[in-house]
Ligand binder design. Structure first.
Ligand code: HEC
Length: 133
């Protein structure tokens, strides 16, 4: 009985190591619970409107993430790792699943560069309000 428990524990420990090596670690959760809203300006309000229309269905309210896509409040999406260009390219071309297990991001229909510019500003403001910078 004791022996069985020990084996169970080491299998579990092994699984945790594998998850840390290949998947998402505890510091890179796909969902960010209870994000703080940034201090809103007219420009950010516009960004939020566009974000809510085109991105929130997967990336979540206040970029918190959903079961269809990751939060942007993560070191992974810090500008040093995903530069501003990614926020124009991904909606145009889609993005292959590589950081998470949600599957590919499909191209987003009907969103233009001007709208993406406002979305980017909003997402950066959300990141800043939640300590990603
Ligand atoms: C249908 C769901 C869906 C919608 C809608 C969506 N995304 Fe995504 N997005 C994803 C998923 C899933 C990923 C994660 C892919 C991975 O790395 O595994 C992702 C990743 C990204 C990335 C990172 C790309 C990369 O190079 O790693 C950016 C940037 C992004 N999304 C921006 C946006 C923006 C901006 C919008 C709105 C205009 C948007 N997404 C709408 C599902 C979506």
């Amino acid at each position: 009985m004791t022996r069985k428990k020990t084996i169970g524990a080491s299998v579990l420990a092994g699984a945790l190591v594998i998850t840390a090596a290949f998947g998402v670690t505890a510091s890179q959760r796909a969902i960010f619970k209870d994000p703080v809203a940034p201090e809103m300006t007219p420009e950010l309000n516009l960004g939020k409107l566009n974000y809510d229309a085109f991105c929130a269905s997967c990336h979540g309210d206040t970029a918190r993430g959903t079961d269809k896509g990751p939060t942007f409040i993560s070191k992974i999406y810090h500008p040093g790792h995903h530069g501003d260009g990614a926020f124009f390219l991904a909606p145009k071309r889609g993005a292959k699943a590589h950081h998470w297990q949600f599957g590919d991001m499909p191209p987003v229909d009907g969103v233009n560069d001007q709208q993406l510019e406002t979305i980017l500003k909003y997402v950066r403001a959300v990141q800043q309000a939640n300590g990603v910078f």
